[in-house]
Ligand binder design. Sequence first.
Ligand code: ATP
Ligand code: LTN
Length: 336
Amino acid sequence: MNKITGQKKTILSGMQPTNNLTIGQYFGALKNWVELQHDYDSLFCVVDQHAITVRQEPANLRRRSLDVAAMYMAAGIDPTVSTLFIQSHVPEHAQLAWILNCLASFGEVSRMTQFKDKSAQHADNVTVGLFTYPILMAADILVYNADLVPVGEDQRQHLELTRNLAERFNFHYSPTFTVPEPFIPKVGSKIMSLQEPEKKMSKSDANEKSTVFLTDTDAEIRNKIKRAVTDSGTDIVFDAAKRPGVANLMTIHHICTGRSLAEIESDFTGLGYGDFKEAVGESLVALVRPVRERYDALRADEDGLMNTLRVGAEHARERARNTLRKVYKKTGFVEL
Ligand code: ATP
Ligand code: LTN
């Protein structure tokens, strides 16, 4: 809450509809959106324009955009409290992105590590869009003057760039944009792959065993946890550097049950990996099952979903249009 105006502060975040969402997205971001939405003026979007920075099959993109919107709601985003919309329904994001593109330097954007990773993954098709991706993200945030952006650890660098662009615009023209802060949770901001625990769990991982999706069945979840890579030790102790596989499972169990890491260590003293993995599997099933069931019901009502997205887009557009009008004027574009 702003002490002077009494108005709620604004949060904005988004996810790419490149696949079903994973527990990584849920623990790192979505769960926090749900918790924060009542205390903030909240906007959440499905960033379909970000998704096309790597090649997408149009029918898949269309379906997945709706899947992700339904998953936001299944996880607890209430569209009567938060504004829920699809990025491409608000063209002002891309319009602002162009102006920010002309403010960002090639050098600073070249330093983005996500671009380096993703361009290596898609070496046969490194698009200019993939390079300027963080600028569109900055526009998503700045067009609503968001104060806070709840994301996972991997987005910290993009948030820093967003802050720099906001400050640069404010300096060169006049104070216009709020300089946003990242909101990165202390626990869960980087859930690791179940098969290669040195790597982030990713919804685009070719090996499905690495990833628990929020749409997975109970049996799939239990199985993936049972087969998760651990290490040659036997006891359950938290050591993220030396024993990342066990540490990752402990983090997951901690978030699902609320037991602290120390309590988990003592709960499993004298027990082996088998017992521990079984408990993690059960706690995760208990968390994911209700989300999946709500998702199935929400996704089955496509008309209802479209109506929600229509209302969200109208609300978002009105706000974005206001910011863009000011930005165009300050930039020196002729008003009609
Ligand atoms: P992926 O690499 O899984 O395809 P992504 O990181 O490119 O996904 P998004 O789907 O847009 O992209 O991520 C949505 C949000 O979820 C971001 O805030 C991101 O930081 C967070 N996130 C993604 N993966 C994880 C993870 N393994 N642990 C914690 N947070 C995550
Ligand atoms: N780059 C983000 C997704 C994203 C985003 C945003 C997050 C696009 N626009 C605005 C927060 C705010 C990612 O997770 N890959």
